[in-house]
Design a protein around this ligand. Structure first.
Ligand SMILES: [Zn+2]
Ligand SMILES: [Zn+2]
Length: 234
């Protein structure tokens, strides 16, 4: 069973809880650094725990080898590293694009909206208008929370923010309110949430969901960015 006690309700957070980064990508998928390089950098920065959360799809076959290397690197560096995976949502029921080996309970699972299921096809967010994309991002974010397959809802609103520069705060409130009623953590993601972090903070304090801090780092300079962002607010 994977530890989850570092994921707390927002109002229980203390400054001391801000030494983790629970969303990172390595050379196992599209990140620039190896697991070892990431762990060494995180350790130097004073992080006490990280989660490696490389991308998976249903047909991914690397997961067991990845988990073993994480175990080795954790031993070598003395840094606690959780094995996690980020998978996209593939249905309105909140099912994720996960291989059978990877699952909640055994790993830290981030469910995210990436390419979107639309009329029987998978559509890249860039090919969807702003209004449609944020409607879909709301729908599938709520599906991830209600589907119960993920520990963490990854970068809520991130596709619309990344492509169109913003996301409806009314929708964000619906997402955070729904997280508040359940046990899916809302991720504070420094790659996408920088421009709306104050609004997010205010909604988190109102609805008190579980929260997770993630940099979504794909390169060295991004590691721990989520902590720098939260540190200025807490
Ligand atoms: Zn993502
Ligand atoms: Zn990611």
């Amino acid at each position: 069973m994977i530890k989850r006690q570092f994921i707390k309700r927002f109002r229980n957070l203390k400054k001391d809880d801000l030494h983790v980064d629970l969303h990172m990508h390595s050379t196992w998928t599209d990140g620039a650094l190896s697991l070892r390089e990431i762990a060494k950098t995180a350790k130097k920065m004073g992080l006490t725990m990280i989660a490696m959360t490389d991308h998976v799809r249903k047909n991914s076959t690397y997961c067991k080898d990845y988990e073993e290397e994480i175990g080795e690197v954790s031993k070598e560096t003395g840094l606690e590293i959780l094995t996690g995976f980020e998978a996209k949502v593939v249905s309105a029921k909140g099912e994720l694009d996960l291989p059978p080996y990877c699952r909640r309970g055994r790993h830290l699972i981030i469910g995210s909206v990436h390419s979107v299921p639309m009329k029987g096809k998978t559509v890249h967010p860039k090919d969807i208008s702003r209004d449609d994309l944020q409607d879909l991002e709301l729908k599938y974010s709520l599906a991830i929370i209600k589907g119960g397959k993920a520990d963490i809802l990854g970068h809520a609103g991130g596709m619309t923010i990344g492509i169109y520069g913003g996301f409806s705060l009314v929708y964000l409130e619906k997402i955070i309110r729904t997280c508040g009623k359940g046990d899916t953590a809302f991720e504070i993601n420094s790659r996408y949430h920088g421009s709306i972090i104050r609004e997010i903070w205010e909604l988190l304090s109102r609805y008190n969901p579980l929260v997770s801090f993630g940099s979504d780092a794909h390169s060295k300079s991004e590691i721990g960015n989520c902590i720098r962002m939260a540190d200025s607010l807490i």
